[in-house]
Design a protein around this ligand. Structure first.
Ligand code: SF4
Length: 212
């Protein structure tokens, strides 16, 4: 089995309900999307060949129970699925960060899927695979990156129309440098949305630094 890996590193989880927990990140190479505000463009190409076994050995070097498989879009590599299962079998608490553009149905049910919905300013609205919503359960999380007031209104309307917060926790995250986090916080409060506002903890601690 072959994987392409951009990096394996150990840091604090910066997002979602596991924020703050020491975590090993496995960043798979490649993504079929091109979000305007993407902060991991270095993962689009390159990377090193690896096997499921070699990734497990690398992960085991770090003292963490949490493993986050991310990208890029990790599901764009077919061997992402056996990697996730192998990590679960090894006893890790495994999360997957995915764009929401690819089918999440085949992911091992022990994995917590952190699935994006792409708002209009991402430039990738048309890539949202809405059928994924029926696959999600309360162990999963939906994340929407918001870059403008119009993105916010889109996210708010989708939240209400599709009752996203009845499926799983929903995260609204400001796009760094494009919107004042305080504005997003105030809009959420004013509308009384049942979502979690989140800032990316790792960027507060270390800035936008690769490997952190
Ligand atoms: S899906 Fe993720 S990795 Fe791919 S372009 Fe969008 S933000 Fe970047």
């Amino acid at each position: 089995m072959a994987l392409r890996i951009t990096e394996v590193f150990y840091s604090l989880q910066g997002e979602a309900s596991r924020a703050g927990l020491p975590t090993v990140f496995v960043r798979l190479t490649g993504c079929p999307l091109r979000c305007t505000w993407c902060d991991t463009t270095y993962s689009f190409t390159g990377g090193e060949a690896a096997t499921v076994e070699s990734v497990l050995a690398e992960v085991a070097k770090y003292p963490a129970r949490q493993v986050c498989v991310t990208g890029g879009e990790p599901l764009s590599q077919k061997d992402c699925l056996p990697l996730l299962t192998a990590l679960c079998d090894a006893g890790y608490d495994v999360s997957l960060e995915t764009s929401g553009a690819l089918d999440v149905a085949g992911v091992d049910p022990r994995v917590s899927r952190i699935m994006d919905l792409k708002a209009p300013d991402s430039g990738e609205l048309a890539r949202n695979l809405w059928e994924n919503l029926v696959q999600l359960n309360p162990r999963d999380e939906i994340k929407i990156v918001i870059a403008s007031r119009s993105d916010y209104e889109w996210a708010r309307d989708v939240l209400r129309e599709r009752q996203l917060d009845r499926i799983c926790p929903v995260l609204f995250s400001p796009a760094q440098g494009l919107i004042e986090p305080q504005s997003l916080a105030e809009w959420i409060l004013k509308d009384g949305l049942n979502v979690r506002f989140q800032l990316q903890l790792h960027k507060l601690l270390w800035g936008n630094m690769q490997g952190k």
